[in-house]
Design a protein around this ligand. Structure first.
Ligand SMILES: Cc1cc2nc3c(=O)[nH]c(=O)nc-3n(C[C@H](O)[C@H](O)[C@H](O)COP(=O)(O)OP(=O)(O)OC[C@H]3O[C@@H](n4cnc5c(N)ncnc54)[C@H](O)[C@@H]3O)c2cc1C
Length: 395
């Protein structure tokens, strides 16, 4: 088959899948709605399972050069400010799994993937193309149509991959596919220059646990910036990554938090917010010659820090299976769903459960903190072993 594989969405999943396919000899066309790479968003976490995939597609080194490898996850009580535990990340996890645990600005990760795609002769990227519709064609092809500023264009492809994020338009064309569901939680983010932050906070990922809210922060961009994300129970839902925030109302949520946490929260002048949504993983991920990946297939709460990692893993597995079964779409779809859905559903369940545990209050919060102190940091980390030890199929 000579027509390129078409990927909808030049996000983290779409670009990493394009590289995984190109490394296996496929020609790929990536169609992105935005007119250029958007520097929207803030930090993402990349655990060893994701870093193995990035290494395989030749981008880990470049991602590492813009990322930070925190020493620990420093867990504290939001209310008292006391340390609950420190979970070792680097160099402990690379010693166990052979790859680092990184935190990186989404735009830096996307730029590294994009640069590798632009350097690869088999990958073509088209900005300003919004997916509009698709229809199966004869002769083993699918036709995908895109809206541009000057009209509509269509491409025939042996495989159409919907990597168009949690509000996926491709997913809407798949009968029986899951619907996006609002979680009742909102993420607030802010980024600051590192020189406004105490040096001790620049070494670790910080995780502060509080009643119906928690705070995560870590250094970004080679330690020159600092990323804060506060996650709050809140009934608000709009399709945007960057809604404006009333700083005063936002800070009221934390009025009972410790001075140390409040000092950090009060530093940024501007916060932006987005609604946390999920897409149930155990639902059809494809039809005809169309398949979903990443958030389009299984958007998840960020409380296991695995959203980007699962999208990157999907790309590696999909590229491997497409190479074997491109001429047998039913086999491709079934083997892809079998390879991915159970794992991703388990990660979604872990994220939901972390969300409940992080937001406990009163005696239950005290019991949680005591358990975390006595269980031992390495034992707590071992709960994630089945996630971190995963490796992509060989090229
Ligand atoms: C602008 C933006 C900012 C983000 N910021 C954060 C953040 O700060 N923290 C965080 O944890 N997660 C953030 N995310 C989500 C995070 O990137 C994903 O959860 C994760 O990386 C999985 O990636 P994905 O490739 O499946 O989806 P995404 O990274 O969401 O990528 C989807 C891509 O598809 C494109 N697209 C959407 N609809 C169409 C269409 N109809 N036609 C063509 N292209 C389309 C989008 O423009 C985007 O480039 C952000 C996503 C986006 C799009």
């Amino acid at each position: 088959m000579s027509e390129p594989i078409v990927i909808v969405g030049a996000g983290i999943g779409g670009l990493s899948c394009a590289l995984a396919l190109a490394h296996r000899g496929h020609a790929v066309r990536v169609m992105e709605r935005a007119t250029q790479l958007e520097e929207i968003g803030a930090g993402l976490q990349l655990s060893p399972n994701a870093c193995h995939c990035l290494r395989q597609i030749g981008t880990l080194e470049q991602v590492e050069s813009a990322a930070t490898a925190p020493n620990n996850i420093h867990v504290r009580s939001g209310r008292s400010g006391r340390t609950v535990t420190r979970l070792p990340l680097n160099p402990y996890l690379p010693g166990l799994y052979g790859a680092p645990y990184l935190v990186v600005h989404r735009a830096d990760l996307q730029s590294a993937l994009l640069a590798a795609c632009l350097n690869h002769p088999s990958v073509d990227i088209h900005y300003g193309h919004a997916f509009a519709s698709r229809e199966p064609r004869s002769e083993g092809l699918e036709r995908a149509s895109f809206t541009t500023s000057s009209g509509t264009v269509a491409f025939d492809t042996p495989l159409l991959i919907g990597a168009d994020g949690v509000w996926s338009a491709v997913r809407k064309t798949i009968p029986g596919a899951a619907e996006v569901a609002f979680s009742g939680r909102t993420a607030y983010r802010a980024t600051l220059p590192a020189d406004q932050i105490p040096a001790a906070e620049m070494q670790d990922t910080g995780l502060w646990l509080g009643s119906e809210a928690h705070l995560v922060h870590y250094p970004l961009q080679n330690g020159t910036a600092f990323n804060l994300v506060a996650l709050i129970k809140e009934d608000w839902n709009e399709e945007t990554w960057s809604a404006p925030v009333s700083r005063q109302t936002f800070l009221k949520t934390f009025k009972r938090w410790s001075p140390a946490a409040r000092t950090l929260l009060e530093k940024p002048d501007t916060w932006l917010k987005w609604a946390l949504c999920g897409v149930e993983a155990r639902a059809p991920w494809g039809v005809d010659r169309t398949l979903l990946m990443g958030d389009a297939a299984h958007g998840m709460l960020p409380f296991a820090a695995q959203g980007a990692a699962m999208a990157i893993e999907d790309g590696a597995v999909l590229a491997h299976l497409a190479t074997r079964h491109l001429d047998a779409p039913d086999t491709l779809r079934q083997s892809y769903e079998t390879a991915r859905q159970e794992r991703v559903a388990k990660v979604q369940a872990l994220a939901r459960s972390n969300g409940e545990i992080y937001h406990l209050s009163g005696p239950l919060a005290l019991a949680r903190d005591t358990f975390m102190r006595v269980a031992g940091a390495k034992n707590l980390l071992r709960r994630q072993d089945w996630i971190y030890r995963w490796q992509p199929p060989a090229l």
